[in-house]
Design a protein around this ligand. Structure first.
Ligand SMILES: *Cc1c(COP(=O)(O)O)cnc(C)c1O
Length: 388
């Protein structure tokens, strides 16, 4: 270990996007031709690239309007306005109810998660609370900042948060106390939306605890707590362009919160955190949102079909999902070593060119296009038949 590095960082391993240790992966992703590519159903991206017509708009704008030698707009003004308009529309709110003062934009919502952690918990001032299984980035980013993570469980029946345990954790953890609760609506990897009981519990949390509601999958679930964020100064909603908006390559996420909290996020972020081309891509996507979001009913239909097919397999316990992925576990009676089996299944599919994600004691499959979903189901079924 390098002697000048914080001791707690020695225990951490770097986050490995896609599966770890893939030595065959090319260094430049764009050197791949589309034909070589696996079915990538492991990171919840959209299977649909941006339409060609919109790529042309962007390419032309790059050629004619972007000055590569100039820094980006560090205030994100045009994009904030466009996001605010979309947020109002998405929550059926009157125009200008949410405005640019309620919006902060990050280099992916990952950056916003880190900014929130920096603003709340750093210097030993706070711990965070998560309910597992959930999005791993909250805990990963917290640990890189030396922030303690308290985890409570979810029901193994419906993945509802164990609210008694959460209450107890908040009461008992004092060094340092819980400053932030992270929830995903709907949760990843399990696909369940917040229940009324969970929302009531979030409402009951005191004002010195920040509630982060991650709506990364809003466009699929169509459930949002935006209206309520306007009333509650200790709530913040996160959303992203990486999923339904098909812009994962451009790294754009945003926070919706009371202007006072937004002002803090603006203080914490790097001045030019969002490249000009990413701002333009997000703006273009919002301008053409009807066209871009048109694939969603199709993906929901595919989700229904895949869920039904998986449910018919006697070894699988499958949950219904309100996002763009499906989660299942192995029934206990079918395996006394589920982790080992799940690992084998994922490895087998990977060797066949299908990437799915082992997580939360189960497997999460992103909804791809119809062909990918069909192929993945057949490969999965064959692997199950082979190993069970
Ligand atoms: C995919 C995802 C995000 C998106 O992160 P970006 O950094 O915006 O790509 C955020 N939260 C959750 C729960 C996700 O699944």
């Amino acid at each position: 270990m390098l002697p000048f590095i914080r001791l707690d960082l020695a225990q951490l391993t770097a986050y490995a996007p896609h599966s770890e240790g893939d030595l065959t992966a090319p260094v430049l992703p764009f050197a791949l031709t589309k034909a070589d590519q696996s079915d990538r159903l492991d990171t919840n991206e959209s299977p649909f690239d941006l339409p060609d017509t919109l790529k042309q708009v962007l390419a032309q704008a790059y050629q004619e309007r972007i000055e590569a030698n100039r820094y980006p707009d560090g205030g994100h003004i045009a994009l904030k306005r466009a996001i605010a308009e979309y947020v109002n529309e998405s929550a059926s709110l009157p125009q200008n109810q949410v405005n640019q003062a309620h919006i902060s934009i990050g280099n992916g919502s990952d950056e916003l998660i880190r900014s929130l952690l920096i603003a709340t918990c750093l210097r030993g001032e706070g711990s965070i609370l998560v309910a597992e299984p959930t999005f791993s980035m909250y805990a990963i980013l917290a640990r890189t900042l030396g922030i303690l993570v308290a985890a409570v469980e979810r029901s193994s029946v419906n993945f509802a948060i164990d609210l008694n345990a959460a209450e107890a954790a908040i009461r008992q953890i004092q060094a340092p106390p819980v400053r932030v609760v992270f929830v995903v609506h709907p949760n990843s990897p399990t696909g369940n939306a917040l229940t009324d009981a969970e929302i009531s519990w979030l409402r009951s949390l005191p004002e010195h605890i920040l509630v982060v509601i991650d709506e990364a999958y809003f466009e699929f679930s169509q459930r949002t707590l935006v209206e309520e964020v306007l009333q509650r100064h200790n709530w913040v909603i996160l959303r992203t362009f990486s999923k339904a908006f098909r812009l994962a390559a451009h790294r754009v996420g945003y926070a919706i919160a009371h202007p006072d909290l937004i002002a803090i996020l603006e203080k914490v972020r790097l001045p030019y955190n969002l490249p000009t081309f990413s701002q333009l891509a997000a703006l273009t996507a919002l301008t053409h949102r009807q066209q871009i979001l048109r694939t969603i009913p199709q993906m929901i239909e595919q989700r229904t079909q895949l869920t039904q097919k998986l449910t018919q397999h006697p070894a699988l316990q499958v949950w219904s999902s309100t996002a763009n992925f499906v989660f299942f576990r192995l029934h206990k009676e079918w395996s006394d070593k589920p982790d080992f089996l799940l690992h084998r299944i994922c490895a087998t599919l990977k060797s066949q060119g299908t990437l799915i994600r082992q997580t939360g004691d189960g497997i999460r499959i992103t909804i791809g296009n119809e062909e990918e979903n069909t192929r993945t189901f057949h490969r999965l079924k064959a692997a199950l038949d082979q190993y069970l």
